[in-house]
Design a protein around this ligand. Structure first.
Ligand code: PXP
Length: 239
């Protein structure tokens, strides 16, 4: 089995920056630390409302990343134009609703074949691998295969939120979807809501390529970094 890869989503480092409208934390530096720690790629989501990642981040990170860039985006013509210019290694097409706190639910690829097809073709011809962020559902996997997307990313949000019997059902659904995706010739990633506490149950899913994980890593970084940050400030204040 190939080792499972980690894509680190740094959107919420940008959330911290945007909350104050300042120029720190520097996303290129955050990405560099993630890469130095062994991340296989860096994921960013350029949302239509630009709530965290900004257009300039996408262009700058394209120059500074030493691993793969995975750009998450809605199938929106303005953002597709940016992706065609920037040429990320991967684009993950996601559904987007303005008011949502995060990406809720997967893309209805089966219901949007005709609008997705030209976007997938344009990005693919431009050298970007396209992934579709879908629920672990046969119909959506079949649609991804029909569209010629080389990758899917299975939405693990329902798994992350489940408990009891529902948890087992969600794990089974992910297993089944990964296996079915492989039979359709798809490479299968997964992500959303994954934490140190819940990632373990996904490790024996066959054929998984990459896990994309963001929020919990950025939150955890506060715990492993807070003590040092306060010590540094105290040292700077020492007379
Ligand atoms: N994968 C996709 C397609 C996403 O939209 C997100 C959230 O931006 C993630 C993975 C990462 O989710 P989380 O931040 O909960 O780890």
């Amino acid at each position: 089995m190939e080792p499972l890869k980690l894509g680190v989503n740094i959107d919420h480092a940008a959330t911290l920056r945007q909350a104050r409208g300042v120029d720190y934390p520097d996303l290129a530096e955050i990405a560099r630390l993630a890469e130095r720690a062994g991340a296989d790629g860096i994921t960013i989501h350029l949302r239509e409302d630009r709530r965290h990642i900004q257009d300039a981040d996408v262009y700058r990170l394209r120059q500074t990343l030493t691993t793969r860039m995975n750009l998450e985006m809605a199938n929106n013509p303005d953002i597709v134009r940016i992706a065609l210019e920037v040429r990320p290694d991967e684009v993950c097409l996601v559904p987007e609703r303005r008011q949502e706190l995060t990406t809720e639910g997967g893309l209805d690829a089966a219901g949007q074949l005709e609008t997705l097809r030209p976007t997938i073709r344009a990005l693919s011809e431009n050298g970007t691998h396209v992934s579709l962020f879908i629920a672990p559902d046969r119909k959506q996997l079949e649609a991804a295969a029909e569209l010629g997307a080389p990758y899917v990313e299975l939405h693990t949000g329902a798994y992350a939120n489940a408990s009891g019997d529902a948890l087992k059902r969600e794990i089974d659904a992910l297993h089944e979807a990964a296996a079915y995706g492989a039979t359709l010739g798809l490479r299968v990633n997964a992500g959303h809501g994954l934490t140190l506490g819940n990632v373990g149950a996904l490790l024996d899913i066959p054929n998984l390529d990459t896990l994309n994980i963001g929020h919990s890593i950025v939150a955890r970084a506060l715990f492993v970094g807070m003590e040092r940050a306060v010590s540094e400030m105290l040292a700077a204040m020492a007379r």
